[in-house]
Design a protein around this ligand. Structure first.
Ligand SMILES: Cc1cc2nc3c(=O)[nH]c(=O)nc-3n(C[C@H](O)[C@H](O)[C@H](O)COP(=O)(O)OP(=O)(O)OC[C@H]3O[C@@H](n4cnc5c(N)ncnc54)[C@H](O)[C@@H]3O)c2cc1C
Length: 443
């Protein structure tokens, strides 16, 4: 609907992820003007980022241009900017370029980022997998590393993934497939023994949020696919060429574990910058909100998605809670503007999924028996393709995933980037894809 910009309330949404987009869409028919601010021009579909990192999907397949949301919503403006500070007395935000934005209602949906738990060297050397750029970096560094390894005789390349949650499992599974199916064809200089995929978790099982039977099945399937699954060991320190692992048992022994790449998938936290936003924070830095998603003590400020803690109870940091809280906050604000109250937020748990590789996944879908293997994998594919934003993204992802899984063992056309820098780097000194290693930009 067209609105007179001066006369209607201004709703500012910070963060164009699952939560922020759901909130914006929910306000489509409200008599408000909506400004969606994100530091990127796109929204990232994080559940498929690991496919970018493992050379199957293009970065553009999993990102959606935020301004394209305008097509069906004329009361929406999209602005590029990084929110730095907030003043809730003055009802303003300040962006990194100095612009000041006024709001009548503010919705914070800025999500979370990688948690390095203060482990020495982790932030400096490990490769996180949270953003589009990080996924591209992982992809290029791994391909650069493999290329460099072809020039070294008999040196073992260990790709070590820290964290056995869905992201770690999915990444390990995809790298194991690359090792088994693609390497013999595209890197004949390397053999299966010279490349190892290792998955480490401090717990005694992978996929802690799933049932024991799904966790055991997943660990077994990863091992069958050649992944070295190491449980009950925690990472004490990360260096450019490996990690120190410590046993969780009574002996607490420490061992140096060389690794050419350390991928970080071990958890999330709220970024430090949020402490400048004048909002309360609870465990994990999350912002406490009421059952109407209103930030405690700030009547016009709301928080949704991964960053919010509802009634001090934390919902899982997943796409569904983000979408549902976004849709609900839109109803709350619509009610404040037009009269009415949608009632408290109630989370509808649809279940959890994790894929292990081709034709293999675990699915714990609400009201269905626990599923494993092909059926779970089929559900995983349908859910992920259906929930991608935008027709182009859906079609391009379907084509790229289809090329990998339907032409199984016949197409080895991995999506690669500019790897020569990393390849060159890795031939000097230790074989390493660490973040600390510089990328030499071509002029
Ligand atoms: C690798 C990975 C795999 C995942 N897989 C799954 C899965 O399979 N299933 C599932 O349900 N969930 C999965 N998740 C979790 C899911 O992606 C999140 O729960 C969900 O994205 C949270 O949505 P959100 O809108 O709260 O935050 P986000 O999606 O993180 O969006 C936050 C937005 O805010 C922007 N932003 C941040 N700070 C600022 C700032 N200061 N100024 C301006 N803009 C800012 C960011 O650019 C981003 O666009 C995965 C997450 C990751 C990282």
């Amino acid at each position: 609907m067209n609105v007179d910009p001066e006369s209607v309330p201004h709703v500012v949404i910070v963060g164009g992820g699952f939560a922020g987009i759901a909130a914006a869409r929910g306000l489509r028919k409200s008599n408000v003007r909506v400004t969606l601010i994100d530091r990127n021009p796109y929204s990232t579909f994080q559940p498929l980022l690991y496919q970018v990192a493992t050379s199957t999907l293009n970065p553009g397949d999993v990102t959606y241009f935020l301004r394209a949301l305008r097509r069906r919503q004329s009361n929406l403006r999209v602005e590029l900017g990084n929110v730095e500070t907030m003043d809730h007395q003055a009802q303003t935000l300040t962006l990194d370029d100095g612009r000041v934005v006024n709001y009548d209602y503010l919705i914070i949906g800025t999500g979370v980022s990688a948690n390095f738990f203060g482990i020495p060297g982790a932030q400096e050397h490990a490769l996180p997998l949270y953003t589009r750029q990080e996924a591209i970096d992982v992809r290029d560094r791994i391909n650069g590393l493999l290329d460099a390894a072809t020039k070294r005789q008999g040196e073992k390349v260990r790709l070590l993934i820290v964290g056995g949650g869905p992201t770690g499992v999915e990444t390990a599974g995809a790298l194991a497939e690359m090792r088994q199916k693609d390497l013999p064809v595209v890197y004949p200089e390397l053999n299966e023994e010279s490349v190892e995929v290792m998955l480490v978790d401090m717990a005694d099982q992978v996929l802690g949020a799933f049932s024991d039977s799904s966790s055991e099945y997943t660990a077994g399937e990863l091992r069958r696919r050649g992944v070295n699954v190491v449980l009950s060991k925690s990472v004490k320190e990360v260096k450019a060429d490996g990690v120190v692992l410590k046993s969780m048992g009574e002996d607490e022994t420490e061992e140096w574990t060389p690794a050419a790449a350390v991928l970080w998938a071990s958890g999330v936290t709220v970024p430090k910058a949020v402490s400048n936003w004048g909002v309360p924070q609870v465990r994990g830095g999350r912002i406490p909100v009421s059952d109407r998603l209103r930030v405690n003590d700030l009547p016009n400020v709301f928080a949704i998605g991964d960053i919010a803690a509802i009634n001090d109870g934390a919902l899982p940091q997943l796409a569904q809670p983000a979408k549902q809280t976004g849709a609900h906050v839109a109803k709350v604000i619509h009610g404040l503007v037009h009269g009415g109250d949608p009632g408290p937020f109630k989370y509808k748990d649809l279940g959890i999924l994790a894929t292990i590789g081709r034709a293999d996944a675990v699915a714990e879908v609400t009201h269905l028996p626990k599923l494993k293997g092909f059926v779970a994998w089929a559900i995983w594919n349908v859910v992920h393709l259906a929930t991608l934003l935008g027709g182009r993204n859906r079609i391009s992802s379907m084509v790229n995933l289809g090329t990998k899984y339907l032409m199984w063992g016949r197409s080895h056309n991995l999506i690669v980037g500019d790897i020569s820098d990393f390849s060159k780097n890795a031939t000097e000194g230790p074989l390493s894809a660490a973040r600390s290693m510089k990328r030499h930009h071509h002029k």
